[in-house]
Design a protein around this ligand. Structure first.
Ligand code: AMP
Length: 269
C-alpha cells in the first residue's frame, strides 16, 4: 500500500470501511474523489473492534460487489489487508483515547474504540492520505478519531460527512440487512423520534430530560424495539447533559431490534 502511495504524488483522500458498501459509504468516496487527485478505500472487517459474542463472524461481506461499486466511482486503489497482516504474531500495541471514548458506545462495547483507533492509525500510516473521510452516522467514532489525530499530531485532515438515509429516514448501515421485514418497517421510528426532538429544541425546549423523554416516549411503544440508550450530551466531550442545554449538543441513541443494534443521531444547536 505504501509503495503504491509513494508512486502516486498529489493529494490523496482515504475512506476506511468494513465493506458491504451502500450509498452512505459511496457518498464519502465520491466526496473524496471530488476533493483529491487520488482516492484510496480500505475494506477491512477489523476483529479488534468486535467484542466477544458480537457479530464479527456473521458481519455481511461481498468483496466482488464492493470492488465493482468502487470501480464505478473511479477509486484509484482499494486496500484489503488480511487480519494476519494487520495483527501478525507478536502484535502488542494499541491506541487508547481516553475521555471521549468512555461513554455511550465505549461503555456499551468495552474495547471497541481501542480497536477502531488502533486500526485507523495503522491504515492511515499505510495510506498516508492528506484527507480521511468519516460519516457522522458514527458520531462518537468521528469525535474519537478527531481526538486521536489532534493528540498524536497526525498529518491528516479528518473530513466529517453527513448521514445518508433511506427514503423513509432510516440511516443506511451494512447491518440493516439483518432486519426482518417487520423490523425494517418499524426502524424509521428512530429518525422520526430524533426529528421530533430536534423540532422541539428548535421551538425553544432546552430541558435535556424532556428531550430524552420525548424520544423515548415515541420509540417505546414500537413492537420489537428495545431502547439501549438515549443520550443528550455535550457535542465535544460527550458528557451527558443534566438540566438545561446551553451549548451545542449531540442527541444519539441505540435501539435494538432482536440482535441488531441500530445507531442514529442528530446534532442540536
Ligand atoms: P463502516 O463500514 O460501517 O465501518 O463505515 C465506514 C464509514 O462509512 C464510517 O466513517 C461510517 O461513519 C460511514 N458511514 C456508514 N454509514 C453511513 C451513512 N448512512 N451515512 C454516512 N456515512 C456512513
Amino acid at each position: 500500500m505504501r509503495a503504491w502511495r509513494r508512486g502516486h504524488s498529489g493529494s490523496a483522500g482515504f475512506v476506511p470501511t468494513m465493506g458491504y458498501l451502500h450509498e452512505g459509504h459511496l457518498a464519502l468516496v465520491r466526496r473524496s474523489c471530488e476533493e483529491n487527485l487520488h482516492t484510496v478505500v480500505s475494506i477491512f472487517v477489523n476483529p479488534a473492534q468486535f467484542g466477544p459474542g458480537e457479530d464479527f463472524e456473521r458481519y455481511p461481506r461481498d468483496e466482488v460487489r464492493d470492488l465493482e461499486l468502487l470501480r464505478e466511482c473511479g477509486v484509484d486503489a482499494v486496500y484489503l489487508p488480511s487480519a494476519a497482516e494487520m495483527y501478525p504474531h507478536g502484535y502488542q500495541t494499541v491506541v487508547d483515547v481516553q475521555r471521549v471514548a468512555r461513554p455511550l458506545e465505549g461503555s456499551a462495547r468495552p474495547g471497541h474504540f481501542r480497536g477502531v483507533t488502533t486500526v485507523v492509525l495503522k491504515l492511515l500510516n499505510a495510506v498516508e492520505p492528506d484527507r480521511a473521510y468519516f460519516g457522522r452516522k458514527d458520531a462518537q467514532q468521528l469525535r474519537v478519531v478527531q481526538r486521536m489525530v489532534r493528540d498524536l499530531d497526525m498529518a491528516v485532515e479528518v473530513v466529517p460527512c453527513e448521514i445518508v438515509r433511506e427514503p423513509d429516514g432510516l440511516a443506511m448501515s451494512s447491518r440493516n440487512v439483518y432486519l426482518s421485514p417487520e423490523q425494517r418497517a418499524a426502524a424509521p421510528v428512530l429518525y422520526r423520534a430524533l426529528c421530533a426532538a430536534r423540532e422541539s429544541y428548535s421551538a425553544g425546549e432546552r430541558d435535556a430530560n424532556a428531550l430524552r423523554g420525548l424520544v423515548g416516549d415515541l420509540i417505546y411503544p414500537t413492537p420489537g424495539a428495545e431502547i439501549e440508550y438515549i443520550s443528550l450530551a455535550d457535542d465535544r466531550e460527550l458528557d451527558e447533559i443534566e438540566g438545561v442545554i446551553t451549548r451545542p449538543a449531540l442527541l444519539s441513541l441505540v435501539v435494538r431490534f432482536g440482535q441488531t443494534r441500530l445507531l442514529d443521531n442528530v446534532e442540536l444547536g
